[in-house]
Design a protein around this ligand. Structure first.
Ligand SMILES: C[S@@+](CC[C@H](N)C(=O)[O-])C[C@H]1O[C@@H](n2cnc3c(N)ncnc32)[C@H](O)[C@@H]1O
Length: 209
């Protein structure tokens, strides 16, 4: 549905991660593990990656995929982003959440939990749909999201409702500046964001002092 551009968005987010050999990385709402797979290679055998998701079936798909890819430094942990209950305070150098925060009910609680489990000096990256910054694009994007997307969903997988939800959840998600403020309220410092594809997507970055 993104015409494959999501791969470029993810690659850009990874380029902002600053991930290094030996580090501990947590990918929240990681789904089938696109990011975790790359981080597994980058942190090497002295590093460690946790692929985490609230959905056991999704996590199982991720587990199978990463094990088949030879990623032997990855753990798979069922966790709600709102609490991150299985994880100790100050345990990760890098936390990522890619196209996941939008689905979390209490986003402030999730950001506070991310702050809790991040090590001092650690970095949070949030890749998520955001608010287009170019008005003509914004109109075309709305048309695509609320008309074409549900229609394609109906024609391809006979499910227009999920794609209607997708469009609505994108519309409801906090814009760039609001999310930055939410990160600051959760305790993150030096927060910034990078718009991708004119703000259709943004990568937010914050640090724990
Ligand atoms: C669109 S997928 C994104 C998957 C992956 N991060 C990616 O970028 O391809 C959203 C994921 O968020 C997970 N999710 C939704 N609510 C969550 C929550 N409260 N805590 C953790 N994961 C959640 C879903 O199970 C799903 O796997």
């Amino acid at each position: 549905m993104s015409f494959g551009i999501h791969r470029l968005w993810k690659r850009y987010a990874i380029s902002l991660s600053g991930v290094r050999a030996g580090q501990h990385v947590l990918d929240i709402a990681g789904g089938t593990g696109d990011l975790a797979k790359v981080f597994s290679r980058e942190v090497g055998r002295n590093g460690h990656v946790v692929l985490s998701d609230i959905n056991a079936a999704m996590l199982e798909v991720g587990r199978e995929r990463l094990i088949n890819a030879g990623c032997n430094n990855v753990d798979f942990v069922l966790a709600n982003a709102e609490t991150l209950a299985p994880f100790d305070d100050n345990s990760f150098d890098l936390i990522t959440i890619s196209f996941g925060l939008r689905n979390v009910t209490d986003q402030d609680a999730a950001l506070k939990s991310m702050y809790r489990v991040l090590k001092p000096g650690g970095r949070l990256l949030i890749l998520e749909f955001s608010k287009p910054v170019f008005e003509p694009l914004s109109k075309a994007y709305d048309l695509y999201s609320f008309t074409a997307l549900p229609l394609m969903g109906k024609l391809i997988v006979n499910d227009s409702e999920s794609y209607q939800y997708l469009a609505e959840s994108i519309r409801m998600h906090p814009d760039q500046q609001t999310l930055k403020q939410m990160m600051q309220q959760a305790g993150f410092e030096n927060c910034d964001y990078h718009n991708l594809t004119a703000g259709i997507v943004a990568v937010h970055r914050g640090f724990k002092a």
